[in-house]
Write a protein that binds this ligand. Structure first.
Ligand code: G3D
Ligand code: MG
Length: 182
């Protein structure tokens, strides 16, 4: 018998790092095409089974439509989220530097820490890579995040990133003795 869980999660990171592409790849298994039009709004939902931990998870994935300039616009976006994927683009160093600010903004708005998975996206663009694996791993380690290298284009590690986050959120729920969220 699987246990049911339901989580709201947020996609964090600078503009054009691949938040929408990754969400589309995961929820609909496609890249490009019309995803900007179909997901432009508030959130998308994905149901999944994680057999090895006997969990059935419904994920409500919130993605910022555009990049609102003012933080207050993003407050509702954070509210109630239990975890997130923090993305940067391995070909643009600035997006890696800014990951720290995204983390700070999320924890400030949530009034505490939530599990985050650091996602180094666009690893298919090997020739223009500007941030090394070691740098990504070091930042993740320093903050206690899991580190994943992905490509929304090829699909590499996309599902894994969400699954790893689910596992951490489920574990957290247990240690905080709140039991499953149904
Ligand atoms: P955002 O939602 O974080 O703002 P998007 O980012 O998902 O809109 O992606 C921004 C651009 O990066 C898009 O290109 C998208 O196709 C591309 N992209 C996203 N993920 C990857 C990836 O893993 N590899 C490669 N090569 N490109 C990716 P356009 O040209 O539509 O702006
Ligand atoms: Mg987007």
């Amino acid at each position: 018998m699987s246990t049911d869980y339901r989580f709201k999660i947020v996609m964090l990171g600078d503009g054009a790092v691949g938040k929408t592409a990754m969400t589309a790849r995961f929820t609909q298994d496609y890249f490009e095409a019309d995803y900007k039009r179909t997901i432009g709004t508030d959130f998308s939902v994905k149901r999944m089974n994680i057999p090895e931990i006997e969990a059935h998870v419904t994920l409500q994935i919130w993605d910022l439509a555009g990049q609102p300039r003012f933080e207050f616009v993003r407050q509702g976006f954070y509210r109630g989220s239990r975890g997130g994927l923090l993305l940067y683009d391995v070909t643009r160093r600035r997006t890696f530097i800014n990951a720290e600010a995204w983390k700070d903004e999320a924890f400030k708005n949530l009034k505490g820490e939530i599990p985050l998975v650091l996602v180094a996206n666009k690893v298919d663009l090997t020739d223009s890579r500007a941030v090394t694996t070691e740098e990504g791993e070091e930042f993740a380690k320093k903050n206690g995040f899991l580190y994943v290298e992905s490509s929304a284009l090829t699909g590499e590690n996309v599902e894994q990133a969400y699954i790893e986050l689910c596992k951490i959120m489920i574990e957290e729920g247990k240690t905080k003795s709140s039991g499953p969220i149904i």
